[in-house]
Ligand binder design. Sequence first.
Ligand code: HEM
Length: 378
Amino acid sequence: MKDIAVRQVTMSSGFRPWLIAGYDEARAALADQRFGKDSHRVAELLDQHSLHGSDSLFGQFLSHHMLNTDPPEHGRLRKLVNKAFTPRTVARLRPRIEEICDELLDAMAGRSYVDLMAAFAVPLPVKVICELLGVPHEDRALFGSWSNTLVSALPREVVNDASTRMSDYLRGLVKAKEDSPGDDILSALVHAREAGDQLTVDELVSMAFLLLAAGHETTMNLIGNGVLALLTHPHQLAVLRADPTAVPGAIEEFLRYDGPVNQATLRFTREPVEIGGVSIPEGEFVMINIDSANHDAGQFPEAEVLDIGRETGGHLAFGHGIHYCLGAPLARLEGQIAFTKLLERYERIDLALPVEQLEWRFSVVMRGLERLPVRLGP
Ligand code: HEM
């Protein structure tokens, strides 16, 4: 029986969002400007219905960034950032990402029992973002600790305190890059101009924050969820070990099979919309479920099966349309290096807990593990 692709659902709080779950419908909705972002209303609704997870940050501190804006403002911000976030910027990071992975793996040396989230998946993306933004070496420990707090399940006051400190810090960093630019994306953003337009200081701080917020928890979940997928599918792990050139394809399958932005990306209908044979009135809250779209058997045959060799073209893990993930090339590169290095370093990696005892983080938007305890062998 075919699943229902679009329907209104009722939550225990009485909240009645529309859920878009089919592949064709989700892809169409992501590309359809009638489904807008309205960050203030999204934040309000999440708050009203106690739905906030670590994603609550998006509504509170990030009013000026492109993930939360609609055209024409979105296009203006994205154009300016595209000028700084080029394929060259990403390619230049490769040797540093390799070094960072090596350092993290070296720090695990001699330990046979490790939480791979804390030791590897969580620190890797934040260290890469420090490189990207040009955070001075002496500030990186502090920066990393705030960022870890931002993606943690700690009480909201603690998370908010870290995000205030982080935005104060970023404001200072923007000022420093204005005075003495470095070879980093924040300096490039400070000086990026497009048709006489430039980002304001508030926009720069929001943009830096967005790169951190959008690039940290997602990439760490790609690594965590991907490692878990391999450890629970030993045959796929063996296939990957036998052919390291299969890593890029495997990353795409991890993104499809158990992607980091799983549960929903949020939109509002700016006008009435007919989709999947269903009419959604204007001003309704819509959750586009990337996870179920990526598991739609109409698009991906035997969608429930992990197959690192499958055709994954068109998966929606990085979104689609104008908000398509700006960091996708960087996330792919980080994932490819991380999996290659991890598998090279350890011939044996086994889950140290039964799968059903693993804890997942609470969030409406993200899907990822709290901890990934493993036993390692050379
Ligand atoms: C947007 C996923 C890593 C920066 C998005 C969207 C998704 C996504 C689904 C669209 C959201 C929507 O339509 O509402 C992911 C995944 C990642 C990842 C799965 C890792 C595996 C990164 C990284 C960066 C980044 C590393 C940058 C350092 C952004 C930005 C946007 C975005 C700036 C907003 C683009 C716009 O609104 O035009 N990402 N992301 N992401 N992502 Fe990523």
